[in-house]
Design a protein around this ligand. Structure first.
Ligand code: ASP
Length: 586
């Protein structure tokens, strides 16, 4: 028997008992007569102690110990004279009687403590040591708990958890595929799933009625804090349902999760059309923890000889409450902020409402107090507020202002991480026009159904067709999305045609799906929620990396085992692959 208690278990009630503990050496303090050792495992830390009466043999053992040695200890639980209120075992200590070194350890490259001295790169290289730290491990524990809650919830509601293939044919979700060469079928490749989309729809044709899977998906995209090449989705599909049924079902799941994990009920999730989200927040994933809704000024403030506005397609602004005190320096910094290439505005016009109601603006030369009073009315600005205005091409102006709005929300302290404000964004456009390839792309994926009333537009004005699609957005993060599917093979064929597939191309890629739809496909709809994002949000973290046991870095590398890596020539030969010198990305 290695142990009969964990290192987080002993309390005053155990005083006098003789536990056996096993774990890692957190610290050793040798104070001459007394020796203190903190022993740690996943469950906590227990203080071990030996006094001047300790045997010579035991003392020799102590001299051999180092940090992170794996030890086993037998001793007697005693009440501590000076108690540590910060840890649950802080009222007791264990008087060491026997100590066995189960394994030695070399000195770890960083301290195994909540506030470690290890940098990011080092911690990732030695991730197994990083994961020993409580602050890191507790995120993974939360992840496991959430997965469990989801399974219980969906199982109760008759969803069948079904595994779908990892080696499959490419599904178009709009990103690049990771491909896997097939040895048995030379010059042919599998794709790793960007999502199990086609399979879950086929499961509906199969009559499964309710499917779910907590599943790894793979997308070969440029990485950011909230993206990894492999990530996990809560993937679901339901038959004989409409949009309303799916929204209610997964709103139920999300609310249940908030209740279980956070003890809160965020209430019914509001719904917002995509068009309203763009108009009012410049974003299809608005953060509605705070207001600062956009005001469209295009029609109102032109014609005063201010060329920038007069020539602009769109003029739009927000009112930042209480920011009228901003100094020149702060305002210049905001202007620089919006002019960064990532934000893309040409400039920023500001106007402060003074205490006496007059306005001081950066364009006083062109706008009289009377004119500026109109701005105040539109923004419903109060003394002490700051109006910020961006102009230019419509989509650019909206998107730049949306970044500025988030920044102002942050600067005004309105983005409390523990304040959760979910919403559904609905009625997305079905298609997106791409100038370069002069063709439409499916905004969601090609299996998404149009809103029935818009179907006739497919022939006349396809860009105007709205999709029967929805996204779940929480605090400005897209947590997931889905759609009602096309279940009619003719409509599906028409969709492929609109997307510029020839009959042959559609047949080659999706023939099997259209074939399946001929055998009685039920009306169906589904959704996928980003599990990593959901966990990191409920953990109060900014990066999904912190909720993934072994994440990849920004260049998609696993710095611990150095993947991806070269493979042997023999392996290449077997796969009929030959290496080429990569073109520089320059
Ligand atoms: N397959 C979609 C995605 O991964 C989700 C869905 O439509 O269910 O984004």
């Amino acid at each position: 028997m290695y142990r009969n208690y964990t290192c987080g278990e002993l309390r005053l009630a155990h005083v006098g008992q003789e536990p056996v503990l096993a774990g890692w050496v957190q610290t050793i303090r040798n104070l001459g007569a007394m020796t203190f050792i903190d022993i740690r495992d996943r469950y906590g830390i227990t203080q071990l102690v030996a006094d001047e009466n300790t045997s010579v043999e035991l003392k020799e053992q102590f001299d051999k110990l180092g940090r992170e040695y794996v030890i086993q200890v037998k001793g007697v639980v005693r009440e501590r004279s000076s108690k540590n209120t910060k840890i649950p075992t802080g009222e007791i200590e264990v008087d060491i009687e026997e100590l066995t070194i189960l394994n030695k350890a070399v000195l770890p490259p960083f301290t195994i403590q909540d506030d470690t001295d290890g940098g990011d790169e080092l911690r990732m290289k030695f991730r197994y040591l990083d994961l020993r730290r409580e602050v890191v491990r507790k995120n993974l524990e939360l992840r496991a708990r959430m997965a469990h809650i989801i399974r219980n919830y969906l199982d109760e509601l008759q969803f069948i958890e079904t595994e779908t293939p990892v080696l499959m044919k490419s599904t178009p979700e709009g990103a690049r595929d990771f491909v896997v060469p097939s040895r048995m079928n030379p010059n042919q490749f599998y794709a790793l799933p960007q999502s199990p989309q086609i399979f879950k729809q086929l499961l509906m044709v199969a009559g499964f009625d309710r499917y779910y899977q907590i599943v790894k998906c793979f997308r070969d995209e440029d990485l950011r804090a909230d993206r990894q090449p492999e990530f996990t989705q809560i993937d679901c599909e339901m038959s004989f349902v409409e949009q309303e049924d799916v929204l209610n079902m997964f709103e139920g799941l999300a609310r249940h999760m908030f209740k279980q994990i956070k003890g809160i009920d965020p209430g019914e999730f509001p719904r917002m059309t995509w068009a309203d989200a763009m108009e009012n927040y410049g974003s299809d994933k608005p953060d509605i923890r705070f207001g600062m809704k956009f005001k469209n000024l295009t029609e109102v403030i032109k014609g005063k000889d201010f060329k920038v506005f007069d020539e602009a397609e769109y003029i739009v602004g927000i009112c930042a409450p209480g920011c009228g005190e901003y100094t020149r320096k702060q305002l210049d910094a905001l202007t620089e902020f919006v002019k960064r290439p990532q934000v893309g505005a040409k400039g920023l016009v500001y106007a402060k409402v003074n205490d006496d109601g007059t306005v001081k603006s950066s364009v006083d030369k062109f706008y009289s107090q009377e004119e500026l009073a109109k701005w105040v009315a539109i923004f419903e600005a109060k003394p002490g507020d700051l109006m910020l205005i961006i102009s230019g091409e419509r989509t650019r102006a909206l998107s730049a202002l949306s970044v500025l709005r988030l920044e102002m929300g942050r600067q005004c302290g309105l983005t409390d991480k523990e304040n959760f404000k979910p919403l559904w964004v609905i009625d997305f456009p079905l298609l997106e026009w791409d100038e370069d390839s002069a063709r439409f792309y499916a905004m969601h994926h090609p299996f998404t159904a149009p809103i029935p009333a818009d179907i006739p537009l497919l022939d006349s004005d396809a860009g105007k067709v709205r999709a029967n699609a929805y996204d779940l957005v929480i605090n400005g993060v897209e947590i997931g999305g889905g759609s009602v599917r096309i279940h009619d093979s003719e409509l599906q064929a028409k969709m492929f045609k609109t997307l510029g597939f020839t009959k042959q191309e559609a047949e080659n890629q999706f023939g099997f799906l259209m074939e399946a739809f001929k055998y009685g496909a039920p009306p169906h709809a589904g959704i996928a929620l980003g599990f990593d994002r959901l966990v990191s949000m409920l953990a109060g973290l900014d990066s999904i990396r912190d909720v993934i046991a072994f994440p990849k870095n920004n260049s998609g590398r696993d710095v611990m085992n150095d993947a991806p890596s070269e493979i042997a020539q023999a392996q290449l030969d077997e796969l009929c692959l030959s290496l080429v010198t990569p073109k520089s990305k320059g």
